[in-house]
Design a protein around this ligand. Structure first.
Ligand code: IMP
Ligand code: MG
Length: 175
């Protein structure tokens, strides 16, 4: 499995993140949001988004969640138990790389509600069309994409290719 065709260039990603930053700035102006990045996939997106917003009082937290083995969702989510109790009464913005089956984000939202978050919103860089298994909507989406496995800009295949600057489609090896 190797990265193939570029789906989104660095320039496209940069421009869209800038726009999202403006939208989030407008939405959260005067509030004290807590941006919660889902690691490791959202590492670049979270950092670039934070640079693109113009807000004085953002708190930043990360949670490490994983559900994938290779290119398949296992349906089992690991990492939720590590969430601390600092979410009570907060406006939380979940920042994730991709909305696929929706299981990760649905479970995270449910847990944040249990922990007393007042308002929970979701910002994803990518939304895979036609793969959702759980009804959950992102409040802000960078790009809708087709059902292809992608890597780069934080997204990995078994831990590989996260550092690519573009988002590329993972190719099956030629026989
Ligand atoms: P969900 O729970 O199925 O929505 O899965 C979400 C998580 O699976 C994402 O946060 C990613 O970490 C991972 N994932 C889903 N699709 C892809 C992909 O195409 N490339 C890399 N990771 C993916
Ligand atoms: Mg993820």
């Amino acid at each position: 499995m190797r990265p193939g065709r570029t789906l989104l260039s660095q320039t496209q990603i940069r421009a869209r993140v800038k726009q999202l930053g403006r939208d989030l700035t407008r939405h959260y102006r005067g509030k004290q949001p807590l941006f919660l990045g889902v690691m490791n996939g959202a590492i670049f997106f979270l950092a670039d988004l934070l640079r693109a917003v113009d807000l004085d009082d953002i708190e930043i937290a990360c949670v490490r969640l994983a559900s994938y083995a290779g290119t398949r969702s296992t349906g089992k989510l690991r990492g939720l138990a590590a969430l601390g109790d600092s979410f009570k009464g907060r406006d939380v913005l979940i920042v994730d790389d991709i909305l696929d089956t929706g299981r990760t984000l649905a479970a995270l939202v449910a847990r944040l509600k249990e922990l007393g978050a007042t308002d929970i919103k979701i910002c994803v860089l990518l939304h895979k069309r036609g793969t959702q298994k759980v009804p959950i909507k992102a409040d802000w989406t960078g790009f809708p994409i087709a059902d292809e496995f992608v890597v780069g800009y934080g997204l990995d295949y078994n831990g590989r290719y996260r550092g690519l600057k573009q988002i590329r489609v993972l190719n099956e090896p030629a026989c």
